[in-house]
Design a protein around this ligand. Structure first.
Ligand code: AMP
Length: 403
């Protein structure tokens, strides 16, 4: 039996009205003629299989989502209308947009539209009740549906009316994308093949303290890179010069290192680094040992010897979880360590030696930059939800779908 209620567990779909929670909070750009367009439609594409499965089963589908942060006000620039055409493009179905998410208009529009059309509801956050998980708003959302399907992992760390409230009222299930995501995450951290390695990089320790604290208890190798590695090096008495570093977290960093040692989690910190005097692309730089960083230098990347050592250890691992870049990957050549490690992980995955799961906005951008993302076992586009999962927290929008 599925650990999560899935679409099949809902039973017969014929004639049923299904409310699908999507994450259509996608990036929007403006073209030369001032027209707005979707710059990355990954999240829209991800919900297409669920919608098509529901329609094929005979259900009438309405899609709801938040978009931006209107905080309970109706802000025309944050209308979801702009997503109707992109949703039609990825599903091949007609999309009817309604400038409401609740009320009789929803029922009337559903009744009037073709069976295989999709109803796109207006931005949920135009209502205060959405983020407040107001029972009345949840009831109003549920009133026009027979079933609720969530396909928005990236929103499942929030207990909102459209992630939890409505699931308390209607028979509910995980959509295909959410189900796939949950299975991949379970495989990576729930009951993984060992040894397990985690890569945690990015700017600051402070934003990932709970991630680090949880991971040392769950993984065999914790690879720390990015700006946060500087905080750990400084905590060990290394002079990191002008590097990004949270000196006030030295004590915390030392206790994480001590705890990891006690429970047998091997911590990998860089022994050589790439240092530069300016934070800009192609800044003059040098590879040096961690002990030799000068006062006016910044560590902007993990050094080549350290990365080679990490890759050697990764070859013995069976599972990898990755969040955060190894260096300032947006500015060349400080993308070297991130790219090298990403390519190695992608190759090990392709050859069947490694299960690799990565997530978080910057991480996806970094793995795309390395042209490695397509070869990872699973890439999560969720930001906050992925981090909370790495922190070992229970996600309310996932818990409510447990079978
Ligand atoms: P995060 O959002 O915490 O994953 O941080 C990602 C950001 O960390 C990226 O914009 C990187 O450029 C930045 N970053 C990674 N390594 C360094 C470093 N050594 N010094 C400064 N910034 C870094």
């Amino acid at each position: 039996m599925a650990r999560f209620k899935n679409i099949d567990s809902l039973g017969a779909l014929t004639g049923k009205r299904v409310l699908v929670r999507a994450d259509l909070n996608v990036p929007i750009g403006t073209d030369e003629e001032g027209q707005k367009y979707v710059t990355d439609d990954t999240r829209i594409r991800s919900i297409a299989p669920t919608i098509l499965k529901l329609i094929k089963g005979g259900a009438k589908v309405m899609v709801c989502s938040h978009f931006g942060r209107p905080k309970g006000d109706v802000i025309p620039e944050m209308s979801l209308e702009i997503l109707a055409q992109p949703l039609s493009n990825v599903t091949g179905k007609a999309v009817v947009f309604l400038n409401e998410a609740t009320g009789d208009g929803v029922k009337e529009t559903l009744d009037a539209m073709e069976d295989d059309a999709i109803l796109l509801l207006e931005n949920l956050r135009f209502h205060e009740g959405e983020e407040a998980n107001d029972p009345d708003f949840a009831a109003a959302l549920a009133a026009n549906a027979d079933f609720f399907v969530s396909d928005a992992f990236s929103c499942s760390h929030r207990a909102h009316a459209s992630t939890v409230g409505v699931a308390n009222i209607l028979p509910s299930a995980a959509g295909l994308a959410l189900e796939k995501e949950l299975l991949a995450l379970e495989e990576a951290l729930g009951s993984p093949l060992r040894p397990v390695a985690a890569v945690v990089g990015g700017a600051k320790v402070s934003s990932k303290l709970d991630v680090l604290t949880n991971l040392i208890t769950r993984v065999d190798h914790l690879i720390i890179g990015g700006g946060m590695a500087n905080t750990f090096l400084a905590a060990e008495g290394i002079d990191v010069g002008s590097s990004l570093c949270e000196h006030d977290l030295a004590g915390t960093a030392r206790s994480i290192l001590a705890k990891a040692k006690e429970i047998g989690c091997k911590i990998h910190l860089p022994s050589d680094v790439v240092a530069a005097k300016e934070f800009k692309a192609h800044a003059e730089n040098r590879v040096t040992s961690k002990e030799d960083v000068q006062k006016d230098e910044m560590i902007l990347d993990v050094g080549p010897a350290s990365i080679d050592g990490i890759i050697t250890d990764l070859k013995d691992c069976k599972t990898l979880i990755w969040n955060g870049p190894m260096g300032a990957f947006e500015i060349e050549p400080f993308d070297m360590a991130t790219v090298k490690l990403a390519k190695a992980a992608a190759e090990l995955t392709t050859s069947g030696q490694l299960i690799s799961v990565a997530g978080g906005g910057d991480t996806v951008a970094a793995l795309n930059h390395a042209k490695a993302a397509d070869n990872f076992t699973h890439i999560s586009t969720a930001g906050g939800a992925f981090l909370e999962w790495m922190e070992g927290k229970k996600l309310p929008g996932v818990e409510i779908l447990k079978a």
